[in-house]
Design a protein around this ligand. Structure first.
Ligand SMILES: [Zn+2]
Length: 329
């Protein structure tokens, strides 16, 4: 038995289907669709038919997606590229599973929030790591181990560069210097040639880069520095340290003492310094020498007096223009 359709206007159940133009508004944009529509044979009014109307709406979404958005095909491909199930992918991007399914089968289109998230992932797949961190609370230990296993397929280097590559945006924030991971590796290997506290490593990196900028007009690494409560630190330094740890360049040791956490870092290989210029090497060694007898708190305290630190708002980036005010004495 097929469904009986009844005309709201005259009550007739004698209906037929023909092509007709629908005018939808999808996210404020008018979309016209020619699609099958049910009409009353008696009075020629449109008769409600959910199946045909959904079909037309899907076409409208499809037109919208092709012109302005992300297609269901893009979303499915994106998810499969990571090797995630719908369940896991929906948790990572922070939507309900049935919402993701509706995006993937084209029965709805991503709202602004998910539109931005999906576009971001399409442009830069490594951003998935940030989403995993942001939605960590909704992930089980099993989810996390699956994610780790699947994401292991994305080269580390790609992830790193997505955070640090500045080649399209050389400004006073990165000392007009291209990010150079080889120099970062040499710099950190040299600073940590004997075990030192993490706080001290981050400060000595700041001083090395800023002093190099002051003396040569270029910083060493191209890293950006942010004002943290305990002093200036490289932006996204946790990601950087994790990368160096995974590459076996440094070892990170965590100890607890009176409930306080102490993190120290030590290079796993002798520094080769082959990517540093003589001048850069001299600057780094001078910095090491200058702070040789400072502990973490003292160097932190010292860095709080820098003009660049004082004049920058919390969590904001410190301009290299302040490098000229650095004067170690
Ligand atoms: Zn009718």
């Amino acid at each position: 038995m097929s469904k009986i359709y009844k005309c709201d206007n005259c009550g007739s159940t004698n209906t037929y289907v023909k092509k007709h133009q629908y005018n939808f508004i999808v996210k404020d944009i008018p979309i016209k669709v020619m699609s099958d529509t049910r009409f009353c044979k008696n009075c020629d009014s449109i008769v409600e038919d959910e199946i045909l109307e959904n079909h037309a709406l899907k076409q409208a979404y499809q037109i919208y997606n092709e012109k302005y958005g992300i297609s269901p095909h893009d979303i499915i491909n994106l998810r499969k590229r990571y090797g995630f199930t719908q369940e896991l992918f929906s948790k990572i991007i922070g939507c309900a599973r049935k919402t993701l399914i509706s995006y993937e089968n084209g029965s709805s289109i991503p709202n602004d929030n998910f539109y931005i998230i999906l576009k971001m992932l399409l442009n830069d797949p490594s951003m998935i790591n940030n989403l995993v961190l942001a939605n960590e609370k909704s992930l089980t230990p099993k989810d996390l181990s699956t994610i780790k296993e699947k994401l292991g397929n994305i080269p580390n280097n790609l992830i790193l560069m997505s955070f640090f590559d500045n080649s399209n945006n050389l400004t006073d924030i990165n000392g007009y210097t291209k990010f150079n991971i080889n120099k970062v590796e040499d710099l950190i290997s040299l600073i940590t040639s004997t075990s030192i506290s993490k706080t001290k490593v981050l400060k000595e990196m700041f001083y090395s880069d800023f002093l190099s900028y002051k003396n040569t007009g270029e910083c060493i690494t191209g890293l950006e520095y942010v004002k943290y409560p305990f002093g200036p630190v490289p932006n996204n330094y946790e990601i950087l340290l994790q990368y160096l740890f995974e590459k076996d360049i440094i070892d990170i040791k965590v100890r607890y003492f009176n409930d306080k956490e102490f993190v120290s870092i030590v290079a796993k290989k002798k520094p080769t310094n082959k990517h540093l210029t003589k001048e850069q090497l001299r600057i780094i060694n001078d910095i090491k020498d200058f702070f040789k007898n400072y502990n973490a708190e003292e160097i932190s305290e010292y860095s709080h007096q820098e003009k660049g630190y004082k004049e920058t708002k919390p969590r904001e980036k410190i301009s290299y223009k302040y490098a000229s005010d650095i004067d170690l004495k």
